[in-house]
Ligand binder design. Structure first.
Ligand code: GLN
Ligand code: ZN
Length: 764
């Protein structure tokens, strides 16, 4: 019979209980017992929710104190030596030390690296492997959770990360060995884990192998067959899960694996259903991931039901209905949203509601559509109403979008020409200095913003508070003798939310938090309709800042791709169309800024890399529209207006051509954490425009001295012509405090001046 399950449930709690407890524990405000109590309550709630909803399996093992990849490291005994290695079971403080470099009772040391989980905004803790790496079962967490969940229901499906995905996500700490060589040593520990599951009479285990949707080297493909033949499932049945994309060229190898079921993501890759059904023996279970684990839209049931007959024919009674991925990437419960209007709320489904959708679809499959005529009719009416809602469709925006041509994405002249105009307009010295936009967000600024939002202080009071802040930021920069100033972004709590709140087509929630990493959560805006701008969004702030100084003040905007990447995006039109609508709104803003005398304008695109598709074959299509959208936003200005962009904390070397194609006059880009590794990209590719490689890491409280900055800049001069080199920090300064910022920037300006003297003499 058709069965229902999900791949995982959010672990932060509907009210972010886990976040609050973790942070209190780290501060020393609550005990480990108290923390564990909070975790236990969250787990039990999650299990109860799944049971009450009527899922056939309750997924166990998806809860994590910080991150499930870190949990796997601890399960397998992969604890770097600097955290004391492994003796017996790994305790919670060692675990938090690995994640954060510190825990209440342990000495401080460098945390493990953190990086993005596939193409999501979730970050995992990167496992570290050494050539002599040992693996040993070192945690009881999973088994304790199984035993606890058992008290609630017998139908438990534990989830663990598969051995190959685990190895793939880790990093070999010295270059001398291939981490894939560790496979033989890791398999016995997995078999030990399976023994524990067998002892507990577990029927199905979910083994996550999401790397099966990536372009894998041959060696890794071959390793799959070897590894899975060595895994000793015995009576245990293995549901191999893949998500976030299509199996494609890995399908044939998956078809050969000795597993008992396969989960596929039909939201990210609906086209793979038929090929998968053909490639998989029909005595295997196919789990159809049809309820989207990555977005917040209510499912179109009729549309999904059309998929099922195919699956039914293939494996008669052996298919399951599921979420496409873990529900980790969506907020917990729509019922927490008390301020959203009913119409919009009707369009949404969060994790809890998605479980209901999974169960309903399963029931319909078993009992027939007739039995659920009313629910189906309601769903149909809702989907219809949404499609036709005037809130979603703005004919003016659509008309304007239809009229966009490449002409709109070309500047008046090419960079060489523009640079001449800009040089005479801006009169900047060699090694011009600037910052990335934000200055410290002090407690005072935050408090003022919150009071204003809550209606507790008048608009005029708020405006004058912000103006005061802008004035002091301008004064500070003048005193530091920075060349191109910024207004400091005091009025923004978040670079996407700020614009979303001012644009039509966006909605904001009050509790729709999604885990980003550890205790950190984000609340992405929801783009539900055509995007348009009612009035200028930033001009007043920038104009005010400019009125206070003779130096140039940079206007500051968030780019279309970043706004898209950090929001929940409507699914009734292509991503690129939504990006272009945002770009058009930004284009108007850019022109308004120019009109108001702001002739240096930065459009941040820190997320351009993270929205990159998982498969290389899909890169160029994405990059084409991403670049088009940026250029649409930025190209309306005259030659003498200088467009900047900024990017950070991603690997940019392999998309450097696309970055150049943005045709920004200046790019400021993070590069100091990797000791200017970024510059390697310029050995084979001459970046055509101006560039400011970040000269110090703003994420560290350490103050860089001027010599270190000079060293970084000297490295840069070997790849970037002197007259195209800018001097700036890595990223915005909003998380730092003023004394740090002043000390660091003062050293930065000093370094620029020393170099200016040195090289100006050369030039003469
Ligand atoms: N302009 C933004 C700032 O300075 C850029 C932030 C970012 O790159 N994430 O804060
Ligand atoms: Zn940045």
């Amino acid at each position: 019979m058709t069965q229902s399950h999900i791949l995982g449930f959010p672990r932060i709690g509907a009210q972010r209980e886990l976040k609050k407890a973790l942070e209190a524990y780290w501060k020393g405000d609550i005990t480990q017992d108290e923390l564990e109590q909070v975790g236990q309550t969250i787990k039990e709630n999650n299990w109860q929710t799944q049971k009450n909803a009527g899922l056939d399996f309750i997924t166990v093992g998806d809860f994590s104190w910080y991150d499930h990849v870190l949990d796997t490291s601890v399960l397998l005994g992969v604890v770097p030596k600097r955290f004391g290695g492994v003796r017996g079971k790994v305790d919670l403080n060692t675990y938090f030390c690995m994640a954060r470099g510190q825990a209440p009772q342990t000495r401080e040391t460098t945390a493990c690296e953190m990086t993005k989980w596939f193409n999501t905004n979730y970050h995992y803790i990167v496992p570290e492997f050494t050539a002599d790496q040992l693996f040993r079962l070192s945690s009881d967490k999973l088994f304790a959770e199984i035993d606890a969940a058992r008290k609630l229901t017998p139908n438990i499906k534990p989830v663990i990360l598969g051995p190959l995905t685990y190895l793939w996500l880790g990093k070999a700490k010295d270059d001398a060995f291939d981490k894939l060589d560790l496979l033989d040593k890791i398999i016995p520990v997995y078999n030990q884990i399976f023994d524990e599951l067998k002892k507990r009479n577990i029927e199905w285990v979910q083994i996550d192998e999401p790397i099966l949707v990536l372009d894998l080297p041959e060696t890794w493909k071959n390793a799959y067959s070897k590894a899975y033949h060595q895994l000793d499932f015995g009576n245990l049945k293995c549901l191999l899960t893949t998500y976030f994309g299509a199996l494609d060229d890995n399908l044939a190898l998956v078809g050969e694996l000795p597993v008992h079921g396969l989960h596929i993501d039909l939201c990210a890759a609906p086209e793979q259903l038929i090929p998968v059904l053909k490639a998989i023996a029909n005595d295997k279970v196919i789990s159809l991931g049809i309820i989207n684990g990555r977005n917040i839209w209510r499912a179109d049931l009729q549309k999904l039901l059309k998929l099922l007959p195919e699956a039914y024919q293939h494996s008669s009674n052996k298919f399951w209905i599921a979420s496409s991925s873990s529900l980790l990437h969506v907020p917990v419960d729509l019922e927490s949203e008390t301020k959203l209007d009913q119409e919009l709320k009707g369009w949404l489904a969060f994790a809890k509601q998605k479980i209901d959708e999974v169960v309903l679809l399963t029931q319909i499959t078993i009992k027939g559509e007739q039995a659920f005529a009313q629910q189906l009719a309601e769903n149909k009416a809702l989907i219809q109403a949404k499609l036709q809602s005037p809130r979603i469709h703005n004919p003016l925006v659509q008309k304007r979008l239809a009229q966009v041509t490449v002409e709109h994405t070309r500047r008046q002249s090419d960079y060489e020409q523009r640079a001449l105009f800009q040089r005479s307009a801006l009169q900047l010295p060699l090694f011009p200095t600037t910052t990335i936009g934000s200055f410290p967000q002090t407690q005072e600024i935050r408090a003022a913003r919150q009071l204003y939002k809550a209606g507790k202080i008048a608009e005029d009071d708020y405006l004058s508070k912000m103006r005061e802040e802008i004035a002091s930021v301008i004064q500070a920069q003048e005193e530091l003798d920075i060349d191109v100033l910024v207004h400091g972004e005091a009025e923004r709590n978040d670079m996407v939310e700020y614009f979303g709140e001012l644009l039509d087509g966006f909605a904001f929630t009050s509790h729709a938090w999604v885990q980003s990493y550890g205790s950190r959560c984000v609340k992405p805006p929801i783009i539900y309709g055509d995007v348009s701008r009612q009035k200028a969004m930033t001009v007043n702030w920038s104009q005010y800042a400019q009125s206070l100084t003779d130096r140039r003040v940079k206007g500051m905007l968030t780019g279309p791709v970043t706004i898209l990447a950090w929001s929940f995006v409507r699914d009734d039109q292509s991503y690129s169309d939504t990006a272009l609508q945002i770009a058009l709104a930004l284009r108007d803003e850019v022109l308004d800024l120019e009109q108001a005398g702001i002739t240096v304008i930065q459009i941040d695109e820190p997320a351009i890399r993270e929205a990159l598709p998982l498969r290389k074959k899909d890169w160029s299509q994405y990059l084409d529209w991403a670049v088009f959208a940026f250029r649409l936003a930025s190209s309306g200005v005259s030659n003498s207006t200088q467009i900047h962009t900024h990017m950070c904390y991603s690997e940019f070397n392999d998309i450097i051509q696309a970055i150049a194609a943005l045709d920004a006059d200046v790019i400021t880009i993070e590069s100091s954490r990797s000791q200017m590794d970024l510059l390697k990209a310029f050995e084979s590719f001459a970046y055509p425009n101006e560039i400011g490689p970040g000269v110090y890491d703003i994420h560290s409280p350490r103050i860089p001295d001027h010599q270190e900055i000079i060293d970084n800049l000297e490295k840069a001069t070997q790849h970037i012509p002197l007259d195209r080199l800018w001097v700036n920090p890595d990223c915005g300064l909003k998380t730092r405090d003023w004394p740090e910022v002043k000390a660091a920037l003062s050293n930065m300006v000093f370094a620029a001046k020393l170099l200016r003297n040195k090289y100006e003499e050369y030039e003469e």
